[in-house]
Each structure stands twice: as C-alpha cells, then as structure tokens.
Design a protein around this ligand. Structure first.
Ligand SMILES: Cc1cc2nc3c(=O)[nH]c(=O)nc-3n(C[C@H](O)[C@H](O)[C@H](O)COP(=O)(O)O)c2cc1C
Length: 158
C-alpha cells in the first residue's frame, strides 16, 4: 500500500475545504502550502493587471516565497497537490513548492477548484518544476460533495 499526503494552497478557502474532504476520504494527513507573505484581497484582484497575482502569473514578478521550506515528504510516495486555478493554470506558488523539495520518483496527483476553467496546460506548466516526478492530472473538485470526493479517492486505489 502506498503512503499518501494531501498538500494544498488555498487563497480563499474553497480548495482548503476540498483538500480536507479528500484527506478524510483517504485517511491521510494534510499539509498547507503557505506563502511567506499572505495574499490580500487586492493582491487577488485579477481585474487589476498590476495586482500581485496578475504580476506573478504573467511573469512580471518572481514566484512567491514559501513560509516553510523544511517539511519532510520523504515518507510519501503519493503526494496530492491541490490549488485554485489562476489564469488557467496553477498559481506559481505551486511551482515554487515543487522546486523546494525533491519529489523524484514520486507520484504527484493534481486536484483543483476553479470558477469554471479546466486544467488546461496546468500539468505541463508544473512538469518543469518537478521533472523527475510523475505528474498526474487528477480532478477538478468544483462543487463536489464529500461523498463524490470519496468516490474519486476510492477509485484511485491508494
Ligand atoms: C488571481 C485569480 C485568478 C483566477 N483565474 C481563474 C481562471 O483562470 N479560471 C477560473 O475558472 N477561475 C479562476 N479564478 C477563480 C478561482 O480558481 C476559484 O475561485 C477557486 O475556487 C478559489 O479557490 P481558493 O478559495 O482555494 O483560493 C481565479 C481566482 C483568482 C484569485
């Protein structure tokens, strides 16, 4: 049996809720990916092309720093990574997270929430940050009940 952990970044709580339900269903632990500098509402304003999130996502700013880079994922062979879709892909803090640790040989299963967009090129955009991991496009958990999330978790055979 493989050992799994659910990691996630959530700016406004939607992905966090889904992550908790997924971890409950899998019976595994959770790890929150936290930015060193929290996002304010204005940082998240995608209608402002100069907002922090706009600049980060459009290459006008470095990937945000992590609050913690000393976690230990060595015991896990399956790492779920959850996030909100930002500008059709994962927020760049997810790239920073994948680059901060050695995920070589591990299976990374993506899950996300969004306002409606799908994964698009998300997996490809993350692959460069964890080239030696197997990145699997998991599921968009938009509006899914705990029971639906459990059914997905069970289908993975973890
Ligand atoms: C900066 C920013 C960009 C976003 N870009 C998209 C997008 O491209 N497509 C989409 O469907 N939703 C987009 N959204 C909406 C979020 O994906 C959605 O509200 C998500 O469920 C929020 O999750 P959270 O509460 O875990 O942060 C964006 C939100 C923000 C703040």
């Amino acid at each position: 049996m493989s050992k799994a952990i659910v990691t996630y970044f959530s700016a406004s709580g939607v992905t966090a809720k889904a992550a908790m339900q997924l971890a409950d269903a899998l019976g595994c632990g959770v790890y929150e990916i936290v930015p060193k500098v929290p996002y304010t509402d204005e940082d998240l304003n995608w209608m402002n092309s100069k907002s922090r999130s706009s600049l980060e996502m459009k290459g006008g700013a470095d990937h945000p720093e992590l609050a913690d880079t000393a976690a230990d994922f060595s015991a896990y062979d399956t790492v779920f990574v959850g996030f909100p879709i930002w500008w059709y892909v994962a927020p760049t803090i997810i790239n920073r997270f994948l680059e901060a640790y050695d995920f070589s040989g591990k299976k990374i299963i993506l899950f996300a929430t969004s306002g409606g967009s799908g994964f698009g090129k998300t997996a490809a955009a993350l692959k460069k940050s964890a080239p030696a991991a197997e990145i699997v496009q998991g599921k968009l958990l938009n509006g899914m009940s705990a029971a639906e999330i459990k059914a997905w978790a069970d289908s993975l055979g973890i």
